[in-house]
Design a protein around this ligand. Structure first.
Ligand code: ATP
Ligand code: MG
Length: 422
């Protein structure tokens, strides 16, 4: 019978990778807690309309990348391609906006039918943060700094923060018509994708990955020429605060979000170490989205970090497997039962214990104990059972000095715990 494999673009997270993920997730959780954010968990499956309205029909994500199907009750369902729309739905559904400013974070898998390559999967993971109810440039800077400081705290180098302003709705409407007429006069030089976007979502052409199109765009009108005074002042204020926070940034006028509910600040954190999929974090202000999804007018800003790309960047700088505290060497009919009894007590006392269950020779078990990375080996054979003892051997010592082997009564848990805690 042929062997079944995981779907293209989806991956198993094997034990040696999972512990790294756990570490990054717990660092993120802690960082977000300290930053005043609380977690929200929403379903992986949502009504398709949520994304049609919340991301926009004309985007790649909704137009080409969603996993959408009819359930048994003929309802159109979609595996979430991103987190923001779901968070807005949940916030509205449960009336959280009536309770003042909301600072929420989420973490979990997202699904997009894309062409898989390094740093681009069909099931991938994001950690995201969303802030509802604040509209100042200072809140933009704070939100950006939370993402930046998190990545920085992981020891990542070669990060670049790119920012742009999309201005207000009016600014963008004026700019859009200027851009469209300019692009129409360069129509023949555009690639097919951009020609299509010229009709559906012209601002997204600025985001083109096609190098010929990028070249042409160098001479296109820029949004900054169409900003009103308030929008310009707001962007200048953001830059000043980022400087005060010592966060280096680059203004990238091509950094856009194509939809009407985005406004003012857009940003990405990019790494020079990631090759083609260089963006590790994307975010921005979406003051119109809550209203678009049926809620009251509410300013909002957020970001999402792609965990797979982040893990590529971190590479081997975090340990891949956390070693146990104790490796338990045991052999003999009675010893194996006594050892299991003691192992359970030690685990209940918060020690991570790996029990050798092989029944192999002591020599083989000791070699495995050494390889396990444990600090202690406990040893129990039938001789120890007769004496009512367990042998304690320190495998790793911080000061590089050898600790003598000790033995301890196997029923004197207090003494054993005292020795193992040193
Ligand atoms: P890209 O331009 O790389 O497709 P995007 O604009 O579609 O990114 P966002 O929707 O802003 O990405 O998502 C935020 C982050 O999630 C990205 O910066 C990236 O790190 C990660 N991400 C997005 N799509 C994928 C994917 N298919 N596989 C892995 N990570 C992804
Ligand atoms: Mg994408």
């Amino acid at each position: 019978m042929s062997q079944l494999k995981s779907l293209r673009g989806t991956f198993d997270l094997l034990p040696h990778q999972a512990s790294r993920w756990q570490m990054v997730e717990s660092l993120a959780r802690d960082h977000l807690r300290r930053s005043g954010f609380v977690e929200i968990r929403t379903p992986l499956l949502e009504p398709t309309d949520l994304f049609r309205r919340g991301i926009g029909e004309e985007t790649d994500v909704v137009g080409k990348e969603m996993y959408t199907f009819l359930d048994r009750g003929d309802r159109s369902c979609t595996l979430r391609p991103e987190g923001t729309a779901s968070v807005v739905r949940a916030v509205l559904q449960h009336g959280l906006l009536n309770q003042g400013t909301q600072r929420l974070w989420y973490c979990g898998p997202m699904f997009r039918y894309e062409r898989p390559q390094a740093g681009r999967q069909r099931q991938f993971h994001q950690i995201g943060a969303e802030c509802f109810g604040l509209d100042s440039a200072r809140s933009d800077a704070e939100t950006i700094s939370i993402a930046w400081n998190f990545l920085y705290s992981l020891g990542l180098k070669n990060l670049v923060l790119e920012i742009n302003t999309l201005g207000s709705l009016d600014d963008r409407a004026r700019y859009k018509s200027a851009l469209v007429s300019w692009l129409e006069s360069h129509y023949e030089q555009l690639d097919d994708d951009s020609k299509k976007r010229l009709k559906t979502n012209p601002l997204r052409i600025l985001d083109s990955k096609n190098s010929a199109v990028k070249e042409i765009l160098l001479n296109a009108p820029t949004l900054s020429d169409y900003l009103c005074i308030e929008s310009t002042d707001r962007f200048n204020a953001l830059k000043l605060i980022l400087k005060a926070l010592n966060i280096p940034f680059k203004v990238n006028p091509c950094l856009v979000r194509g939809l009407d509910y985005y406004s003012h600040t857009a940003f990405e954190i990019i790494s020079n170490d990631l090759g083609a999929q260089a963006t590790v974090c994307g975010g921005g202000r979406y003051d119109g989205l809550v209203e678009q999804l049926g809620g009251p007018k509410t300013p909002a800003i957020g970001w999402a970090i792609g965990l797979e790309r982040l893990l590529i960047l971190i590479g081997d700088s975090l340990p891949s497997v956390t070693p146990p505290d104790i490796y338990f060497v045991n052999r003999g009919e009675k010893a194996e039962i006594e050892a299991l009894v003691l192992v359970n007590r030690l685990r209940n006392a918060n020690f991570a214990v790996e029990l050798d269950s092989s029944g192999a020779s002591f020599g083989k078990q000791f070699r495995r104990a050494d390889r396990s990375g444990a600090i202690w080996a406990l040893v129990m054979g039938d001789e120890e059972v007769v004496r009512g003892e367990v042998q304690i051997k320190r495998l790793r010592s911080l000061e590089n000095c050898n600790t003598p082997e000790l033995s301890c009564s196997s029923t004197d848990l207090d003494r054993l715990l005292t020795i193992l805690s040193n």
